[in-house]
Design a binder for this molecule. Structure first.
Ligand SMILES: [Zn+2]
Length: 188
């Protein structure tokens, strides 16, 4: 039995037993906020539970490092759609200590890519298309600085709703403690 088939088998029971009913909510967030956090497995539930948020409260975007890596990438687009169309009035960017993406160095990833069958000349080809793979796969030295930078990217985005506060937080994945990095109410 494969993972995928396990998932689908579980899903059949889930729907038949109407277990979805306890998760029923609307498309608009009750707390009118969009949260960007890391995809770290330790934070799947902790990132919302530690802030007292429950299902249906917020729009939640998770990616490697809680990054806004490109001003016109899908994370920034999701924030804009949440703000303009889905009722989010505040943005929270939450990084975390001991982030696997933060510690990421491009070279070991590139080595792993080659081991798994990616030809080295692909990196060169990408460079000619304007994608520096080493920059693209680079983590960050300080999570606090990373959060500040991402907050600034959202706040200064030319399409961002001007009067929406953008906050920056850092969470400890061991105990759920959250520290304030940027208070968006001060920068409005
Ligand atoms: Zn992380």
């Amino acid at each position: 039995m494969s993972l995928l088939h396990d998932l689908l088998e579980f899903n059949q029971q889930f729907v038949e037993n109407k277990e979805y009913e306890k998760y029923t909510t609307t498309k608009s967030p009750d707390k009118k906020m969009v949260l960007v956090s890391c995809m770290d497995t330790r934070l799947t539930e902790l990132s919302t539970k530690a802030l007292g948020l429950k299902n249906g409260d917020i729009k939640h975007i998770q990616n490697a490092g809680a990054m806004i890596s490109h001003p016109y990438g899908s994370t920034m687009r999701s924030i804009l759609v949440a703000a303009y169309m889905l009722g989010a009035d505040e943005v929270v960017i939450m990084g975390h200590h001991d982030c696997g993406f933060g510690a990421l160095q491009p070279e070991p990833v590139m080595e792993e890519m080659e081991k798994r069958g990616i030809e080295p000349n692909v990196f060169e080809t990408l460079k000619h298309s304007g994608i520096d793979i080493k920059e693209w796969l680079k983590g960050f030295d300080s999570v606090e600085e990373s959060v500040k930078g991402n907050v600034e990217k959202v706040r200064s985005h030319p399409l961002m709703v001007p009067d929406i506060p953008v906050h920056g937080l850092v969470i400890n994945p061991d105990n759920g403690k959250v520290d304030l990095i940027t208070d968006g109410y001060e920068n409005k």
